[in-house]
Design a protein. Structure first.
Length: 318
């Protein structure tokens, strides 16, 4: 009986000791992982504005890239067909073909064909005016992207200022009971909006320069009318030095892109005809198309205008 009573007294003490040796473990919450969404949410309403600007930026980038590249695709036989129509006297057919192609170059050629028979200066001015209009169409939306590239960082800095104002306001209201958690919200907003503004601005800047390069990269060339005796050793691909009267001190690098299949007189609206028998030999001139290479600086190429006087020196292989 005494033994049973002793065991009853020892059992609770033994249970308490076992419980003390194996304490109950309290799970520790894992810290929140930082991701883009959580950062954007903590950035406040400024991040909403930056998000809208980024969407607009990407829309303009993809839409203009498609339009500009589509405008740059040309049929290599386009000019040959136009020449055939003109030589055959089918002016209306040439204009209709330009309208069916419906590219910036085709619209410029169409305007030139519609001015056939007028002075060369009038034809050139009409083509240049259409060219300026087409370039303006291609550059549609680029001013918005340029504004985003400069405005997004400023909006980010605005978020920085508002975030710091919020942090100091909460610090002032806390009095002596300052807690770091009270300041974290404002500091988060201050730092994250700066990062967001810089990211959007940098992307917009690179996208703008890329699209400007596409627009300015549209073909710029020179049509040099060489005497037929000067074209003896000329071949496609030969390097050319181009000096522009209006841009002294700069030598542009070019190459021969093509040599016309006929003289300029043969492609005129009213070709020369010596059927009367009183033939007088006149040295003809052959149009040579010279395109600028990638070695030229973009800022120099942007200074070129249609109709400028140039001097071309072809480096022929003798």
């Amino acid at each position: 009986m005494n033994v049973m009573l002793l065991l009853a007294q020892v059992a609770p003490a033994l249970a308490d000791s076992v419980a003390g040796a194996n304490p109950v473990l309290t799970p520790i919450a894992a810290p929140d992982e930082m991701n883009l969404w959580s950062m954007a949410v903590k950035g406040g309403w400024i991040m909403v504005v930056l998000g809208v600007l980024s969407v607009v930026c990407f829309y303009i980038l993809f839409e203009r890239n498609y339009v500009i590249r589509k405008a740059g695709k040309e049929d290599p036989m386009f000019m040959d067909k136009i020449k055939d129509y003109i030589l055959g006297g089918e002016i209306k057919a040439a204009i209709a073909y330009c309208r069916s192609v419906d590219t910036p170059s085709a619209r410029m050629i169409e305007k030139g064909i519609s001015r056939l028979g007028r002075p060369v200066n009038d034809v050139q001015a009409a083509i240049e005016n259409v060219g300026n209009i087409e370039v303006a169409k291609l550059e549609k939306g680029l001013t918005i992207m340029a504004t985003i590239s400069g405005g997004a960082p400023m909006i980010g800095f605005l978020g920085t200022v508002t975030g710091m104002v919020r942090a100091f306001f909460e610090m002032a209201n806390a009095g002596n009971n300052i807690d770091i958690t009270l300041l974290s919200g404002g500091i988060y907003e201050a730092m994250i909006t700066t990062v967001g503004g810089l990211i959007v601005g940098i992307i917009a800047m690179f996208a703008y320069n890329y699209l400007v390069t596409l627009v300015d990269g549209t073909d710029k060339w020179v049509i040099a009318n060489y005497k037929e005796t000067q074209t003896t050793d000329m071949r496609t691909g030969q390097p050319v030095e181009v000096r522009v009267d209006a841009i002294p001190g700069i030598v542009f690098e070019g190459r021969i892109a093509s040599i016309s299949d006929a003289t300029g007189a043969a492609y005129s609206l009213i070709p020369q005809d010596n059927a009367a028998g009183n033939f007088v030999k006149v040295e003809q001139r052959i149009p040579v198309r010279i395109e600028f290479t990638e070695n030229n600086r973009p800022e120099d190429l942007n200074r070129l205008r249609a109709g400028m006087n140039v001097e071309c020196t072809v480096k022929v292989n003798r």
